[in-house]
Design a protein around this ligand. Structure first.
Ligand code: FSX
Ligand code: SF4
Ligand code: F3S
Length: 427
């Protein structure tokens, strides 16, 4: 009985009885198709009304599934938030922010709130490959957990080696049980790079299955697959030259679609937001590197709080100089913001406290493919080495609509600008 009561209150509390007539009929461009090509073709066009109805129907269907937390005598999201001292108002504010971040009109916020409440219907299997566990840590170890962390705690994590009690054969059995029980329904999240061909470099668990074997097996039965962090998305530090274990991204190991959520580590909001997109739509718009466009659609440089100083030719020349104290642009001490696509300046880290550039170090390009090799040395400007670093085809493709020529010119422009302004303002 408790199950029905709670499900009902969840639906009520999300209050999605929005008057459809209040939603404009105009078309909105919503790219929900994994298969869309990098140029943004094959977009699915919906009116806002039809999209709202479609999502509502999807959530109604999800609501009929049993709450996996309640099966384990857990609490519903309302209770969990209440326990953590989060007011309903703050939760709805969070839903409004996520709704705006993923590019939906404000009228969709109640749907986002409801999607969060129904997140406990979506089983998640999280696999660890070769990595530092920073991605998990960024979500789980927050001293003052934000709503994203709370929601991540609330989802039905059916398998996650860092937080589960089981080990050895018992752990392998729980993975197998979860794969069978939620066949075709779970979201597979993978953290870490994976040795390819040289699979023996990474064996996991009591029976010594290789990481690649485990990924292939779990992927076969997954409803959606997310590569969490730059290691799983692009190989990461393991794949940096000389890549002794022949580490590869998840997408090179399995033959199903992978959504990449890079960053070393990725922002918790990008992980939770991508999950929300999946729950709302079952699909999402991605860029050429399979990153969700809502999170990785803009350059760090374009959203940076120090951009005014870049434009004014005001640069930090050395760490600790007067210009550093004045918060000037970090380009000359190696900032790779002009070549990096992420939303860190907007979302920030540690409960929105700060982000790398805010703290006084340049962006090292941690959400870009092969950034350990292409963006280093990290405290030296990339300048016109851009073309060689990306072999003429790289970060420009991620912006989809920013052509190679334009970005190539930007890189050269940046170098020229930096030199010129350095001459004008040596200190
Ligand atoms: Fe670490 Fe995750 Fe970097 Fe990699 O994050 S933070 S090395 S992206 O796989 O644990
Ligand atoms: Fe910001 Fe870096 Fe661009 Fe300077 S170069 S404006 S610090 S992103
Ligand atoms: Fe990474 Fe640069 Fe953001 S280093 S965390 S993408 S500012």
């Amino acid at each position: 009985m408790r199950k029905q009561e709670t499900s009902h209150s969840s639906i009520e509390s999300a209050n999605i009885n929005v008057n459809l007539d209040s939603i404009p009929h105009e078309n909105m461009q919503v790219a929900l198709d994994y298969s869309q090509n990098p140029k943004g073709d094959n977009l699915t066009f919906h009116t806002k009304q039809s999209l709202f109805k479609k999502v509502k129907k999807r959530l109604d269907k999800l609501a009929t599934l049993p709450s996996l937390r309640e099966e384990k005598n857990g609490k519903d999201l309302k209770e969990v938030l209440h326990e953590k001292g989060v007011q309903r108002r703050d939760f709805m504010k969070w839903a409004a922010v996520v709704t705006a971040s993923i590019g939906l009109p404000a009228t969709f916020a109640p749907l986002t709130a409801r999607a969060a409440e129904l997140a406990d219907r979506v089983p998640i299997i999280w696999l660890h490959m070769a990595e530092c566990t920073g991605c998990s840590e960024s979500l789980l170890r927050s001293e003052d957990p934000g709503i994203d962390s709370i929601i991540f705690d609330y989802v039905s994590m059916e398998y996650h080696e860092t937080i589960m009690a089981a080990s050895g054969y018992q752990a392998e059995k729980s993975l197998e049980d979860a794969v069978k029980k939620y066949d075709g329904r779970y979201v597979m999240m993978v953290e870490g790079g994976i040795p390819k061909d040289t699979e023996y470099f990474l064996t996991i668990g009591a029976s010594g299955r290789t990481g690649a074997e485990e990924c292939r097996h779990v992927a076969k039965h997954a409803a959606a697959i997310f590569a969490i962090g730059t290691c799983s998305s692009f190989g990461g530090v393991q794949a940096a030259a000389p890549n002794p274990t022949n580490a590869h991204p998840l997408s090179d190991i399995i033959d199903k679609k992978v959504i990449n959520v890079p960053g070393c580590p990725p922002n918790e909001k990008n992980i939770v937001g991508t999950l929300m997109q999946h729950i709302l739509f079952g699909d999402m718009a991605i860029d050429a590197f399979h990153r969700p466009k809502w999170a990785y659609g803009h350059r760090i440089h374009d959203l940076c709080e120090r951009r005014g100083h870049f434009d004014a030719g005001e640069f930090v020349q050395h760490f600790g100089d007067e210009n550093a104290k004045n918060g000037y642009c970090l380009y000359k001490v190696g900032c790779k913001g002009p070549y990096t696509f992420n939303n860190c300046s907007k979302l920030r880290f540690n409960s929105h406290t700060n982000w790398p550039i805010g703290a006084g170090h340049g962006c090292i390009g941690c959400s870009e493919p092969h950034f350990w090799d292409t963006m280093s040395p990290f405290e030296v400007p990339l300048g016109n080495r851009y073309q060689t670093a990306f072999s003429g085809a790289g970060a420009d493709h991620t912006a989809d609509r920013v052509g190679m020529v334009v970005l190539g010119a930007t890189a050269i422009g940046i170098a020229a600008h930096a030199m010129l302004s350095g001459a004008i303002k040596p200190k």
